[in-house]
Design a protein around this ligand. Structure first.
Ligand code: PAF
Length: 296
């Protein structure tokens, strides 16, 4: 097990990476690390080979709207460092807010465009501007060859890929499968907000997505209907959205036309369980029989 070096400042990060050799891999996080993050770090370790793996831990104020959980977002640095060590990170960049935003809020930010106003962006209109701006900054500070993101935040992953391509940022983006509890709940730092009752109810999200996967071969309306049927089992659930989209999040017509191999799609859900808003998503193969292992 390597003990990662903690770099709280840009200067320390720069000096640690100054004699970098090999492929540099970055895993951007907001801390409160769980087994899902450990899987991302292990994936980064594989991608980097003998090169350094950098994990950033930064609760980015720019991606939280007033009234969201910025102040109560869990901060668990010493446990996070242990997890980084076990998963094979070499450097942990854990800056303070004024280290990342030395002049206060930046004047120039990354506009996520129309992809940032749908789904999560419809409920959280400033969220993706904050996410893309900090990701662009982290890519600029670390200059990785590859960055690993979880598919759990699928819209974020699609937007990061699009930013990297549209702005020619020259980094490979890897999307790693969502890690789940044995009962299907997607791992998330926000799961710790759930009390025992809400935790038991929360499995409804992955069950609904799984039902959509099972019916996807019959098309978009069938997949959507199957998921909604499961979601309706919990009358207290506050559904924000349930959407069936193409893999790039564009709209798909209900009538898929002639596509013998099916269309790669995604089913996405956001809902409030008690006081906690959770999101989840799974891959779909629309118009063709589901693969036995399904998608993540
Ligand atoms: O997914 C997250 O944890 C955050 O949105 C990220 C990518 C680290 C940016 O703050």
């Amino acid at each position: 097990m390597t003990i990662p070096v903690l770099a709280p400042t840009r200067a320390e990060l720069r000096s640690l990476l100054s004699d970098r050799s090999g492929r540099v891999a970055l895993v951007p996080t907001m801390g409160a690390l769980h087994d899902g993050h450990a899987a991302l770090i292990r994936r980064a370790r594989e991608e980097a080979g003998t090169g350094p793996v950098v994990v950033s831990i930064f609760v980015n104020p720019l991606q939280f709207a007033p009234g969201e959980d910025l102040d109560r977002y869990p901060r668990t640095l010493s446990a996070d460092l242990e997890m980084c060590a076990e998963a094979g990170a070499d450097v942990v960049f854990a800056p303070a807010v004024d280290e990342v935003y030395p002049g206060g809020d930046p004047l120039v930010t990354v506009d996520p465009g129309p992809l940032g106003t749908m789904l999560e962006g419809a409920s959280r209109p400033t969220h993706f501007r904050g996410v893309l701006t900090v990701v662009a900054k982290l890519l600029g500070l670390v200059r990785p060859d590859v960055a690993v993101f979880g598919q759990k935040d699928y819209q974020q992953l699609v937007l990061v890929r699009r930013m990297v391509s549209d702005l020619c940022l020259g980094v490979e983006i890897v999307g790693a499968a969502t890690a789940r509890e044995p009962d299907g709940l997607a791992l998330s730092s926000r799961n710790r907000y759930l009390d025992a009752d809400d935790r038991a109810r929360a499995t409804i999200l992955s069950r609904a997505l799984h039902a959509a996967q099972q019916r996807a071969e019959y098309g978009v309306p069938a997949a959507r209907w199957a998921a909604m049927k499961v979601l309706s089992e919990d009358p207290e659930l506050e559904l924000d959205y349930l959407a069936v989209r193409a893999a790039d999040l564009s709209e798909i017509p209900d009538d898929l036309g002639d596509c013998p191999d099916g269309v790669e799609g995604r089913v996405l859900v956001a809902a409030r369980i008690g006081a906690t808003r959770l999101i989840d998503n799974m891959a779909l193969c629309l118009g063709a029989p589901a693969t036995p292992e399904g998608g993540s």
